[in-house]
Ligand binder design. Structure first.
Ligand SMILES: [Zn+2]
Length: 93
């Protein structure tokens, strides 16, 4: 068994919004997806973020969200804090 390094989680979070937006190159997407397969923490973060974005970008609203709204959304999710807590809680096991 090879334990994956949680340092990757931090790097992944840095590109998360672009990944979800589909703005990352395919190579990078593959790396992220590979990491997600082995890291439930990051999967939860991605899923939560995706859901939230889906809600915000509901088809009823034909107008796209301004960038700053989406930026505030990501900040509100506190992904950094969430993952840090997860990691510090989930040591060992
Ligand atoms: Zn991770």
């Amino acid at each position: 068994m090879s334990a994956h390094s949680h340092e990757n989680c931090q790097a992944l979070l840095g590109t998360l919004s672009e990944y979800i937006d589909g703005e990352l190159p395919a190579d990078l997407c593959k790396e992220i997806e590979k990491h997600l397969e082995g890291c439930e923490n990051c999967r939860i973060v991605v899923n939560t973020t995706r859901r939230t974005i889906d809600l915000v970008q509901a088809p009823q609203q034909s107008e796209a969200l301004p960038d700053d709204v989406r930026e505030r959304l990501f900040k509100r999710l506190n992904l950094d804090t969430y993952l840090r807590e997860k990691l510090s809680n989930g040591q060992g096991g």
